[in-house]
Design a protein around this ligand. Structure first.
Ligand SMILES: Cc1ncc(COP(=O)(O)O)c(C=O)c1O
Length: 373
């Protein structure tokens, strides 16, 4: 059977990885500054993470959500403590799209409404509800388009006010737009949305799937603005490669039996992976490291006269290449063996492990200097 050919692939076959580094089947070494779409949070193959997963695999890998699972509870406690949301409730699922799907569903349950406000260029995943909240026609099928979504430019209060009415169940926004090219909602815009949602009885959803889990130097990106959403969705860095997603749910939102559900969500292996990630983040002070290395990198990148609009927070950074230097991302990979991300047409995205060192950040700067000459 052939694989369904939907992914443009690099001609590279990684065989093993450690920290911020990958090795391919030819023994070539690569610096990973992308973490496979911001997934690698604590570094590849961290010893505590590997041991925790191996130990659990030898005991029990899976049973359904019909029995007690103390590891889920430990994970929820640790997540509450580190994120500053100890009073919230946690629903565990398997991916980012699923987390957003469940958040939108919750919002509709609570309000009895159907409509959603989302933002232009945002990306929330590929399930039916989540993908409908994305305004990229290439990835929205007719089946998805039945959802009633109003798209508004980010940071545009007047445009938002025009579509807000008492039919709006939810407003969903990324703490920082990732796939949309590292675009930041301003702190005041997030505060405005929080206030408007409260006044209007709409549910305020923060998609922290790419920008959360310590990446911006706070546990969640929206915490820079001091807002408190009703629902926060997370995935990617939460499992450092093990598929896991979650929705953090405001304490006023009451569950009923069967309201949400999943077979695999929160299984033993996923929960152990999630717990190990948080333990490493805490022990190694990785959120602080993300802030320090991020400030260093952003300041250094701002000194390159040819780079436009260096932006981001912590280790979620984007910048635009000059038109004639569009090949830089490919050259960084082919010549310097450095993985980075992109956003169309010419933005480089940096989303490395939160354990990135200054030496690793400098390797990138040296390679970039050479390519921009
Ligand atoms: C902000 C955001 N939300 C949701 C998703 C979807 O996550 P997943 O691919 O795990 O379904 C992504 C994936 O890139 C994302 O960046």
């Amino acid at each position: 059977m052939k694989l369904f050919d939907v992914y443009p692939l690099f001609n590279i076959t990684p065989e093993r990885a450690q920290g911020s580094w990958l090795w391919d089947d030819k023994g070539e070494k690569y610096l990973d500054l992308y973490g496979g779409h911001a997934v690698i949070s604590i570094g590849h193959s961290h010893s505590h993470y590997v041991k925790s997963l191996n130990d659990q695999l030898g005991k029990i890998a899976f049973y359904s959500n019909s029995v007690q699972n103390p590891i889920q509870e430990k994970l929820a406690d640790k997540l509450g403590q580190l994120s500053g949301y100890p009073e919230y409730q946690l629903f565990l699922c398997n991916s980012g799209a699923e987390a957003n799907e469940n958040a939108l569903k919750l919002a509709s349950f609570i309000t009895g409404r159907k409509k959603v406000i989302a933002f232009k260029k945002a990306f929330h995943g590929r399930t039916s509800g989540a993908v409908a909240a994305t305004d990229n026609p290439k990835i929205v099928a007719p089946f998805n388009a039945g959802h009633d979504i109003a798209f508004v430019p980010m940071n545009d209060e007047a445009a938002f006010n025009e579509v807000l009415d008492d039919t709006i169940a939810a407003v969903i926004i990324e703490g920082i737009q990732g796939v949309g090219g590292i675009q930041l909602p301003s702190d005041s815009f997030l505060q405005f949305l929080e206030k408007k949602c409260k006044e209007n009885g709409s549910v305020f959803i923060l998609d922290e799937i790419q920008c959360g889990y310590g990446r911006t130097g706070k546990f969640f990106a929206h915490q820079h603005a001091g807002v408190k959403p009703h629902l926060i969705t997370t995935a990617k860095g939460m499992g450092n490669g093990f598929p896991i997603g979650g929705v953090l749910i405001h304490p006023d939102i009451k569950p009923w039996s069967g309201m949400l559900g999943t077979t695999f969500g929160g299984n033993y292996l996923a929960s152990v992976a999630g717990l190990a990630v948080l333990e490493v983040m805490e022990k190694e002070n990785l959120i602080h490291n993300a802030a320090v290395q991020g400030d260093y990198w952003i300041a250094a990148l701002k000194k390159y006269p040819s780079l436009k609009d260096v932006r981001g927070r912590g280790l979620m950074i984007g910048f635009d290449l000059p038109e004639e230097k569009k090949s830089v991302r490919n050259d960084l990979l082919q010549k310097h063996k450095i993985f980075t991300g992109e956003a169309k047409p010419n933005t480089i995205r940096l989303l490395p492990s939160l354990a990135l060192t200054k030496e690793e950040a400098d390797l990138f700067l040296t390679a970039l200097t050479e390519e921009l000459k």
